[in-house]
Design a protein around this ligand. Sequence first.
Ligand SMILES: O=C(O)CCC(=O)C(=O)O
Ligand SMILES: [Mn+2]
Length: 209
Amino acid sequence: MQANLFDGDKPLSEPIRHLIGNAELTEYPQIVNSAEATQMFETLIADIPWRQESLKIAGKLRAIPRLQCWMGDRTSEYGYSGVRLTPCPWHATVKSIHDSVAELSGTNFNSVLINFYRNGQDSVAWHADDEAELGDTPVIASVSLGAERIFELKHKQQTPARKYKLLLRHGSLLIMAGTMQQYWLHRLPKVKGLQEARINLTFRNIISD
Ligand SMILES: O=C(O)CCC(=O)C(=O)O
Ligand SMILES: [Mn+2]
């Protein structure tokens, strides 16, 4: 079993609270140093059983623009947009990241959706993580490794829609909580010409009854 990343020490950066209204959004720009983050990134690229999922859009099956792995406790089966994901067992590096973010966020997560953006053409479209099995006010802890990418938020109700942007850095943690998923959409837009890859791990707690 790998030790907790901090072993009781503080993370490398203090939290930044983004005051955007109707949501709790806390960023730790660096929870591990760059060399450790690079080591994790390389381990995960090599070890994770990446899958290409497809979605039915307008009657046609289309490959989603990123690779994924759903990982977690055996009870944490998860579904979105008609896709059912059965978790693969915890990988030691992912478990150690889990233990650190659980400590920082004061939340235990039973699963994690891991996304692999191979380059700037991979992305995730506007959505909220508002599936019923996450509960009304889920805490979602999002760890970024690899290429820095812009994360965009758009308010669901205000017109003109309020927008907010954040840079998700190598080795950073973003905690989304409170009513964030009820009031805001988020996306990771494509970036022209970007060749570098990025991994994102969103730790979640699936409530099963
Ligand atoms: O890659 C990211 O930063 C966001 C991923 C995301 O929103 C998701 O998997 O639900
Ligand atoms: Mn999301």
